[in-house]
Design a protein around this ligand. Structure first.
Ligand code: SF4
Length: 280
């Protein structure tokens, strides 16, 4: 049985940077709270929790003097509230998310209505909308934003960083069709994360030459879900959070197995999966 990893997979520089900043802060200050999980991966959250870095669900639940903003970033209103509480901030917002926040802010300041292609319940998207003030709306389909699109004369469009390129392009195509030539100006800013795009391309390439793909990552991780979406139409694909979830029956008769991992998956989790596949 041949087990092959995608050329690009797993822990991205944004999450790696956040882990380093949090470990340094934990060494210096001891206990640290993060506003939400540092990234959408249970194993990673558990690893950091053992070092004294623990998530809180809401700002009101924070009890410590130090609060970390996660890689997904947050809104200016939340930052203001944290500062008003005289709480020290460790900001681990990924630079790519920061770029998207700046794009939203500039579009809103320039008078555009801002459409964020993304999941309105995702913490990154909630944060991005905050930078648009009253002028932002999030949607995954043009049906969700019909009124905004039709009443606006100037539309700015960006994407949640971890969406797929093909889905973003399709959204923009449909939106252009919906607003027609009535619109005065449309500004599209590419805020997709290149790391994620590279991982998605590598996963598709590997899936095409595999008999089975296993995607490892957080069950609530958007980019892990997209890897599954990309591989599933190409080959039999399973998604797991840990190596223990792999079923021996999946491997029967498979000689070529591909492995990929979401951007917040610890390296140890990927290596444990490879070891599990090697000894079914
Ligand atoms: S997936 Fe991309 S945007 Fe998200 S934390 Fe990693 S590098 Fe940053």
């Amino acid at each position: 049985m041949r087990i092959q990893k995608a050329d690009k997979l797993g822990l991205c520089f944004g999450v790696g940077r956040a882990i380093r900043l949090l470990k340094e802060a934990a060494n210096k200050y001891g206990e640290i709270e993060t506003l939400g999980p540092v990234a959408h991966n249970r194993l990673l959250v558990e690893q950091l929790s053992a070092l004294g870095v623990r998530p809180v669900g809401h700002l009101e639940q924070a009890r410590g003097k130090i609060l970390a903003i996660t890689t997904h970033g947050t809104s200016p209103a939340v930052l203001f509230e944290i500062k008003a509480r005289h709480t020290r901030i460790i900001d681990t917002t990924c630079p790519i998310v920061r770029k998207a926040q700046n794009a939203v802010k500039e579009l809103a300041e320039d008078g555009f209505d801002v459409i964020v292609f993304g999941d309105s319940e995702h913490s990154e998207v909630k944060g991005l909308l905050g930078w648009a003030g009253e002028k932002g709306v999030a949607a995954l389909s043009t049906r969700q934003i019909g009124r905004t699109a039709k009443s606006s004369s100037r539309l700015g469009i960006i994407s949640q960083t971890t969406q797929t390129q093909s889905a973003f392009l399709e959204f923009v195509r449909q939106l252009m069709g919906a607003v027609g030539c009535r619109i005065e100006e449309i500004r599209i800013i590419n805020t997709l994360c290149e790391v994620v795009q590279d991982q998605q391309e590598a996963a598709a390439k590997l899936a095409r030459r595999s008999q089975l793909m296993i995607v490892i990552g957080g069950s609530n991780s958007a980019n892990t879900a997209h890897l599954v979406e990309i591989c599933s139409p190409l080959v039999e694909t399973y998604s797991v959070e840990t190596a223990e979830e792999v079923r021996t029956s999946w491997l029967a008769g498979k000689n070529q197995i591909g492995v990929t991992a979401g951007a917040s998956t610890p390296d140890e989790a990927v290596e444990a999966l490879i070891a599990r596949l090697k000894s079914p």
